[in-house]
Design a protein around this ligand. Structure first.
Ligand code: GLN
Ligand code: ZN
Length: 762
């Protein structure tokens, strides 16, 4: 029986790669230094995996920015607009072209936009979307994979296994940039380059090559299925003497099972953490010449593996196929896990004993194999840890479980229907038509960040810190009043992050010191860990919201993060379903909503930025998810009086297939990101005749550009063509915390002017 790993975190234990890349971009270090940092990370990663006893160790899983972008460069899929980066400008090399594609290129008199970025399936990792044209040509361009395999081979010998994104997933994850063709039809032109790459790797000595094909676990059209069949047959016809392993993950093969096991390759990897139920069918159909890689160690979470559970799967497979046709592996690349638990000295030792990061997961894979070979001591130690978690009072709080169990439909429903509430709100707040507001945060300046850092370090007392935050809050309120905004916010200066801020105040959450996970490029996130039943020991936002409300006669909107968003952006429990955890968080947020209402706050926004990204990968699973996600939101809002106005906010959402569910949330006002789509996203609302109030973002907050009043009036005019004007609000696309003050002030002033014009004209 072999063990393997599919990919390893590449940012470095101290985020060295982040710092090195950023220094290179800033011109502070040269390519040689950048390469040295990369080399060191790779060597360390390989050594760690070798020491752990892994038999097949990935290489080319390292990337300076993103592994899909690496593929684009390898395959010569380089949009034309980047040509000047290499040709006209002296001194640029391949990596500069690569970073230009990732980040755009604004120097030497050039101004070239970056390629689009989007989420890697249902993870929080973002990849650079390949751009295809009708006459797309493919050719071997970058030699990175060969160099990396060579380096890996020096250390790892036969164990070095190059990793590529497979041809079909590579096409499917991309986008057509012209009309008149389907990218999947490019597979014929693409295959020869894969053949060339695989043959060269084989000549270099590769024995196994991993081809990631996560789309094989998604809903596929007939044509896409045929493309899989075609691509692998065409490749295998023209390569020999090397074993190809197709890796699927994040979902079950389901209706693609026949297709997957029928591919003429040597190995197939399946995710048995997300979809353990697929094993039976896969085994029942499994051909005799294929090796099965079992993804039993969760690559997406921070919890210790339950060996007993994993062994049941391993033994079942080995019983059917024989030990030598089974590989033990993590469920997916460990890219999505933090690197090393050992350094986390501040975590409660009892809870730490339930956890595993990437490095520990490698050991788990190796230990599972040792147990299969008869080391029962390892099993006993693991069992003790799993038992201790299962029975811990740190995890289980009966009163929380009872409250969740008692949630009813009525509990999750506002007292009266929307138009009754709307009438009360109009009387109570007496807002003009096209009321103006913002999404919550205002610029988090260096000064604000420095305050928090100093306070955390102990250089500021709580009193000094709070005084400074109060001053920033008062200033932003005065400015909002002067500018003429109708519904004010307090600015969120006291918050580090919209999830962490709440997690820190809720029971059941813990925070790591160094649990960074790559989000995109050099950007990493450090998600909170939900380890136990969630409850709210004290008020969370009252101090700041009520302070802010006292500073003004205008309505002050209270600002909260919704339960699905808190769930999505945390590491979650694997010992209970996600909806149960979400309901626990929802109850805590509900209590906060009620407390705010009691304190006189009349408008409360519950952000659900991440509700769409929580959608399962398979369409058949959407309704179940949407049901519980929407209901959890309704639980947060269901405790207030009719006179209280509940807002929600969502980022970059495509609402077409979920508009009914968005409407079912029954928020009095929803603010959404729409400006970059020129209000196109509103069509879904219009078509559905969305009844509640809506604030389509009138300007893009992702760029420092100040939009003109005329532009925003024109967007509002479009919006009013689609939806009843009396239901429209005027606001930016999202929070302003990443912006600077000068552009923020100018943009909001123009926005208020646009609302005034709209009131007269529309
Ligand atoms: N209230 C949050 C803010 O303004 C919302 C951020 C978001 O939607 N991502 O920052
Ligand atoms: Zn947003």
């Amino acid at each position: 029986m072999l063990t393997q790993n599919l990919g390893y975190p590449r940012i470095g234990g101290q985020r060295q790669l982040k710092r090195a890349c950023e220094s290179y971009w800033a011109g502070k270090i040269d390519l040689k230094e950048l390469n040295q940092v990369a080399q060191k990370i790779k060597q360390e990663n390989w050594q760690t995996q070798l020491d752990a006893g892994i038999d097949l160790i990935p290489c080319n899983d390292f990337s300076f920015y993103d592994q899909v972008l690496d593929m684009s460069l390898m395959l010569g899929v380089i949009p034309k607009r980047y040509a000047p980066v290499l040709s006209d400008v002296k001194g640029n090399c391949e990596i500069d072209l690569y970073f230009a594609m990732a980040r755009g290129y604004q120097k030497d008199g050039l101004d070239i936009t970056a390629m689009e970025m989007t989420k890697w399936l249902d993870t929080n990792y973002h990849y650079i979307v390949p751009e295809f044209t009708a006459k797309q040509e493919f050719r071997l361009f970058s030699e990175k994979v060969f160099a990396e395999y060579n380096a890996a081979k020096q250390l790892l010998g036969e164990k070095a296994k190059p990793v590529l994104v497979g041809p079909v997933s590579y096409l499917l994850m991309g986008k057509e940039k012209e009309e008149g063709f389907e990218r999947i039809d490019l597979v014929k032109q693409l295959v020869p380059v894969y053949v060339e790459i695989i043959n060269r790797l084989k000549q270099q000595g590769a024995t196994w090559i991993q081809l990631d094909e996560p789309t094989l676990a998604l809903d596929l059209s007939k044509k896409e299925k045929e493309a899989f069949d075609f691509a692998y047959r065409a490749i295998v016809n023209r390569v020999s003497g090397v074993k190809l392993l197709v890796a699927t993950y994040f979902e079950s093969l389901l209706d693609n099972t026949h297709l997957a096991i029928g591919l003429p390759v040597a190995g197939l990897h399946i995710d048995l953490v997300r979809a353990p139920e697929q094993l039976d069918e896969v085994l029942a159909l499994f051909p005799t010449n294929l090796t099965l890689s079992l993804g039993v160690v969760d690559g997406r979470n921070v919890w210790k593996n339950d060996y007993e559970k994993s062994l049941a799967l391993v033994n079942k497979a080995a019983g059917k196929l024989g030990n030598n046709r089974v590989i033990i592996a993590p469920s997916c690349s460990l890219l999505h896990s933090p690197l090393d638990l050992d350094g986390e000295t501040a975590i409660d030792p009892e809870i730490k004993n339930w956890m595993a990061f990437a490095k520990q997961k490698l050991n788990e894979v190796a230990e599972l194999k040792q147990i299969v070979e008869g080391n029962n001591k390892l099993l006993a130690i693991n069992k003790a840890a799993i038992e201790s978690r299962r029975n811990s009072t740190k995890v289980h709080k009966q009163e929380v479980k009872h409250r969740v169990a008692a949630i009813t439909e009525e509990y999750a429903t506002r007292k009266s229907v929307f138009h009754v509430r709307q009438k009360l709100h109009r009387e109570r707040f007496n807002l003009p038509s096209f009321p103006t507001t913002t999404i919550g945060s205002f610029p988090q300046t260096e000064d604000i960040r420095a305050l928090r850092a100093k306070f955390k370090k102990g250089d500021l007392t709580l009193e000094q810190y709070e005084q400074a935050i109060e001053k920033a809050t008062i200033d932003v309120i005065r400015w909002q009043e002067e500018t003429g905004l109708d519904v004010l916010v307090h600015g969120e200066f006291e918050r580090n992050d919209m999830v962490e801020y709440f997690g820190e105040q809720l029971d059941g959450f813990l925070f790591t010191r160094n649990g960074w996970v790559q989000s995109y490029g050099s950007r990493c996130v450090k998600p909170p860990v939900i380890f136990g039943d969630v409850s709210r020991p004290a008020d969370m936002t009252l101090r700041w919201i009520t302070f802010a409300a006292k500073q003004t006669n205008k309505p002050m909107k209270g600002m909260l993060t919704g339960p699905v968003t808190i769930l999505q952006w945390s590491f979650v429990r694997d010992d209970q379903p996600r909806d149960v955890t979400t309901n626990q968080i929802a109850l805590a947020i509900r209590d906060e909503v009620v407390a705010l209402e009691k304190a006189g706050i009349g408008i409360i926004q519950i952000d659900e930025a991440a509700i769409r990204e929580g959608l399962p990968l398979r369409k058949a699973k959407h309704p179940h998810y949407l049901n519980w996600a929407v209901k959890a939101f309704r639980v947060t809002a269901g405790g207030v009086q009719d006179k209280t106005q509940i807002h929600t906010h969502m980022c970059y959402s495509e609402f077409n297939n979920i508009i009914e569910n968005i409407a079912a949330m029954d928020a009095d006002v929803i603010t959404i990101e729409t400006s970059r789509s020129q209000m196109e996203l509103l069509h879904a609302f219009a078509h559905f005749e969305y009844p509640n109030e809506i604030g389509p973002g009138v300007y893009d907050i992702h760029s420092p550009r100040v939009p003109t009043t005329a532009e925003m009036v024109s967007l509002l005019t479009k919006a009013a063509d689609l939806l009843p004007a009396q239901n429209l609000w005027v606001n930016p696309d999202c929070g302003l915390k990443t912006r600077k003050w000068p552009e923020t002030k100018a943009a909001i002033e123009n926005m208020v002017a646009a609302a005034r014009e709209a009131r007269e004209k529309i």
